[in-house]
Design a protein around this ligand. Sequence first.
Ligand SMILES: *Cc1c(COP(=O)(O)O)cnc(C)c1O
Length: 394
Amino acid sequence: MTGREYLAIPGPSVVPDAVQRAMHRASPNIYDGELIEVTATVVRDLKWVAGTAGHLAIYICNGHGVWEASLTNVCAPGDRVLVLDTGAFAKSWATVAQAVGLRVDVLDFGLSAPVDPNRVREAVQGQDYAAVLMCHVDTSTTVRSDVAAVRAAMDGSDALLMVDCIASLGCDRYEMDAMGADVTIAASQKGLMCPPGVAFVWFNDRAAARGRADVSPHWSWGARANPEMYYQHFHGTAPTHHIYGLRAALDLMKAEGLDAIWSRHARFARAVWAAVDAWGAPMALNVADVDARAHSVTSLTVPGAEPLRAWCAAHTGVTFGIGLGREPAEDWMRIGHMGHLNAHMVLGGLAALEAGLIATGTAHGPGALSAAAAVVAEGGAVGSGSVAAAGCCC
Ligand SMILES: *Cc1c(COP(=O)(O)O)cnc(C)c1O
């Protein structure tokens, strides 16, 4: 197919050319010199992205890995944790907690609503939970919950608040220290715009004080966060090329600024919602409450989502996300709009989807693309994606 393929799923996300160029290099010296210095700036700037003055441990793994890493550093088998369930990713984190021997209670908020802090307040009262686990954004339902409100509801509890920001960091406003999270996890391949393979655990002094002495040397966050020797950062060989990729991605983020990144994601999300609203029934957004919608990814129901997705991938170069954790899965899909995007990519993706609706004979109302374009027009910013060479004659 001519033109660029566009993976419009909730990660891996679009990898900027600058990141690809930074990674395209010979193996660097891992003993001394530039790599060691670059690693230090990457650690510093990843704390800036997460909004914390706390500690950072970097792992060579995906998000599933840091689900386990975060738990085993502060919880021992038999400890009780409370999982705030807003979708398939919270459920999966609960499964990991169970598998490492924790006693897991689940508060179920359904598949279209955020965490209700009042229920959290009741649930933690008089209980001895070691930690409360939540997804800032649950990527399956695309529900976003209010982290600061959950923290406030935990007033009086000794439990640590652990937040999965894998689908929100660098997309939706997140400030770990200000919001009161004790532990935050994320991975390289979503808002951080790098290939999958590296994941992160940020933790504050309160969580550090709960750090267990008996955690396995590989998962232990202590030496990773405060290494005496460089290799201890990664408990082995450094993810050399990812470090250069992350440096380039963080440079892009610093140049744009977090407020601008968050508002760009908010605007592109509103463009997507406007289009889906205009297409109308039987299509519908999963989350009715605008304040509980992720700005990084949008779940919607549409009859025949699977042939629609397949048509778009085959004929337009755009791949949309599957309907994870829904019944029936064939009637659900997700539009990813995280990371290195500009307006032409978002609008192009929506136009590709409309072509798919026409081609597959799926019922839909008029005006979706105009509605999305109007949202973009009111914002005025071009975003950070690749500039299209429209009408170029070379
Ligand atoms: C993607 C994602 C994960 C899983 O990450 P992997 O890298 O696929 O292991 C976990 N939690 C959330 C919220 C995610 O979006």
